[in-house]
Ligand binder design. Structure first.
Ligand SMILES: [Zn+2]
Length: 268
């Protein structure tokens, strides 16, 4: 069985569901929960039709999550946003305004406000989540050093409001589950420690997973923590062989490039 196909993802979700995990969107993560829970987050970076396919599959399994849309082509599509919302999922804003404004905070907050308003004309927006902007020197989260998203009716940002000492962070960044070393910004720190955002190691120690099948084995063995934030990039998942191969090759090229950027960032 190939990894990073919707069939494999379906198996992972079914196994987590059978192990008693309650799947919730990000907006609900900021409320109290009992028992096992999995906060399900999707970053719609590109190829938004894959996100629609993913949202539909989850709907059939009776699970809900959050889909974060950027304001760029390939991500933003009013029809797809409405459809995913109708399937019962939360929609959020995947912001990158500080990078888009090249570090100009005044312009960035104006862009943020406009893009948020554009999304809110379609669906309610309660949470936001940064886009990593790997090619930019600006960390989009830094916008909140100067401004407060709560002033815009936003209840939370997963990188800043989830306590990662208690929640296991799993992300398919780099199309693998141990890709933190290839990622420039998709790393977490205990909540409130935003000055270290993007630099520190993940807060919770956990077994290292490479493939989705490694996670499946751990779920079956019952050794996965009871609270998880799972981040997916649906454009990396495909059942058809050709797009799947294209994504595999492209991710390997990008990982090599990001590895070089990360190493030179560390040296500095
Ligand atoms: Zn992103």
């Amino acid at each position: 069985m190939r990894d990073f196909t919707f069939d494999t993802l379906n198996r992972l979700f079914s196994s987590l569901k059978n192990s008693g995990y309650n799947f919730i969107p990000v907006a609900e993560a900021f409320r109290d929960h009992e028992g096992k829970c999995l906060i399900l987050r999707h970053d719609v970076d590109a190829r938004n039709k894959n996100s629609l396919q993913c949202a539909d599959m989850e709907n059939r399994l009776g699970i809900r999550g959050t889909y974060y849309f950027r304001s760029v082509r390939g991500s933003y599509d009013e029809g797809i946003i409405r459809e995913i919302s109708h399937l019962g999922h939360e929609i959020g804003y995947h912001y990158e305004d500080l990078a888009a404004a090249r570090g100009d905070y005044n312009q960035a907050i104006r862009l943020f406000e406009q893009n948020l308003a554009k999304l809110r004309r379609l669906v309610p927006i309660e949470t936001i989540c940064m886009h990593g902007s790997p090619l930019s020197k600006y960390d989009n989260r830094k916008l909140w050093v100067k401004y407060d998203y709560r002033d815009f009716g936003i209840s939370g940002e997963p990188y800043l409001d989830i306590d990662f000492r208690e929640v296991l962070y799993l992300t398919d960044t780099g199309r693998r589950w141990d890709g933190e070393r290839y990622s420039i910004r998709d790393r977490v720190t205990p909540a409130g420690n935003e000055s270290d955002a993007g630099k520190a190691e993940p807060a919770m120690r956990h077994p290292v997973f490479r493939s989705t099948f490694d996670i499946l084995d751990a779920v079956t063995a019952g050794v996965v923590p009871s609270r998880i934030l799972l981040t997916l990039h649906p454009q990396r998942w495909d059942d058809k062989l050709l797009p799947w191969l294209r994504e595999l090759i492209w991710q390997n090229i990008k990982n090599t490039g990001k590895g070089l950027i990360t190493r030179s960032a560390i040296r500095r």
